[in-house]
Design a protein around this ligand. Structure first.
Ligand code: NDP
Ligand code: MG
Length: 385
């Protein structure tokens, strides 16, 4: 195992962020926190900084800066706020690993900054690859930076591919829990509430990804994420519903052999693997007891009930800024659903309308992505009103 690593944690106050801090605390000889970055939860950020003693603590929301400064500057912690400070922190010489655990589009620019600085990235923020997978892939080609996935499915695939020739891959099989509405009829799904949608059967996650799991757009995003991470054509990536979430994903090879990675549905596992630089760190955390899971089942996803799943193939076929439009429309729609301004099925309708109405750009530049994101959000807001 490599020497001690200093970590910059983007999105420290969220579900993945707090679990990343658990792993850092589990291996004090291997990891320490150099930079903590949060969006708006200044109280938790202050608590985390007092405990983990980073060199820098940054809050994205500028209105909360004075509170952060008053609490942490007297302790000798450097404090900052705003997008530029976040992007600069991703590129600090003292950082060995960046963990991108911010939610949504907000992860894009900091991730680009980390890539340009040649950092090793443990990537949880899948939206970065959804929004701008092609751009990110080309930036990685010109950089010493590498990405290890934190998303459990992609961590599973990464683990299945160790020692394999990429040319021998026949397909990637991404497992999906099916979300809380797997057994509901379309009529019943029409009526679901925010509380119903937030009850994920297997995983405890942030609100946005939990809603994405209920619509299955999360699985569409993961297909797009896999396309870019593993450089595989969309027609070689499929999703299969596996309600127990024990098999985290599989790879089928040209000789028809299928490899799978299993474990409890606990994000500490893929975070531990990514921070450990794709090595196996010994742990005393609860392990999988297969006898507790007498049956592991599989079924085809139902795209009539969950049309969002098809958006992955639509986006990967049309390319350009389509996935960026889908992501931006979804972020606005999910926020509106959480505020009970729209119904669950409206989320898909808002995404479809946005794809139809926002101008298609075949070969987007970085600025095009920024503009597409801004325009789509404004458009989605306007149709919600
Ligand atoms: P949460 O909603 O729990 O946390 C999001 C984090 O992002 C918070 O720390 C939040 O800060 C921070 N944040 C929000 N806006 C900004 C901003 N503008 N700049 C910097 N930080 C910001 O999300 P999750 O932890 O669930 O998910 C994080 C990412 O990981 C997502 O991309 C998700 O798809 C992915 N992921 C999550 C999994 C999970 O199990 N949770 C599994 C696989 C992938 P604050 O709270 O202080 O406002
Ligand atoms: Mg996942």
């Amino acid at each position: 195992m490599a020497p001690h690593k200093k970590i910059a944690l983007l999105g420290s106050t969220g579900s993945i962020g707090t679990q990343t801090l658990d792993i850092i605390a589990e291996y004090p000889d291997l990891f320490s926190v150099e930079v903590l970055i949060a969006g708006s939860n200044v109280d938790l950020l202050i608590q985390q900084a007092i405990k983990h003693k980073p060199k820098y603590a940054i809050i994205a929301n500028e209105n909360l800066f004075s509170q952060l400064r008053d609490a942490l500057a007297p302790l000798g912690i450097n404090v900052a706020t705003g997008k530029k400070a976040i992007c600069d922190a991703m590129a600090l010489d003292s950082i060995d690993v960046v963990v991108t655990a911010a939610v949504g589009y907000s992860g894009l620019e900091p991730t680009i900054s980390a890539i340009k600085a040649g950092k090793r990235i443990a990537l949880a923020n899948k939206e970065t690859l959804v929004v701008a997978g092609e751009l990110i892939t080309s930036l990685l080609k010109d950089s010493a930076s590498t990405i290890i996935p934190v998303d459990s499915e992609h961590s599973a695939i990464y683990q299945c591919l160790v020692g394999e020739d990429p040319k021998s891959i026949k397909k990637l099989i991404i497992t999906a829990s099916g979300g809380p509405f797997r057994n509901k009829t379309l009529k019943e799904i029409e009526q679901v509430t925010v509380a119903d949608a937030l009850k994920h059967p297997n995983w405890s996650m942030g609100a946005k990804i939990t809603i994405d799991s209920a619509t299955m757009l999360n699985k569409a995003f993961e297909i797009i994420e896999a396309r870019w991470l593993f450089n595989i054509d969309a027609d070689k990536i499929e999703a299969i519903v596996h309600p127990q979430s024990i098999i985290h994903s599989m790879v089928e090879f040209v000789d028809n052999s299928v490899k799978a990675q299993l474990g409890l549905p606990d994000m500490h596992l893929p975070i531990r693997y990514a921070l450990g630089d794709a090595t196996r760190l010994t742990t005393t955390a609860p392990a999988l007891t297969l006898a507790d899971y007498a049956t592991l089942t599989f079924e085809k996803p139902n795209t009539e009930k969950f049309p969002c799943l098809n958006l992955a193939y639509e986006a990967l076929k049309s390319k350009g800024n389509t996935a960026c439009i889908i992501n931006a429309a979804n972020e606005i729609a999910v926020a509106a659903f959480l505020k009970q301004q729209i119904s669950f099925l409206d989320i898909y309708k808002i995404i479809e309308k946005s794809i139809a109405n926002i101008p298609f750009i075949k070969s987007p530049t970085f600025e095009d992505y920024v503009n597409t994101n801004t325009e789509t959000r404004a458009y989605a807001e306007s149709i919600i009103k």
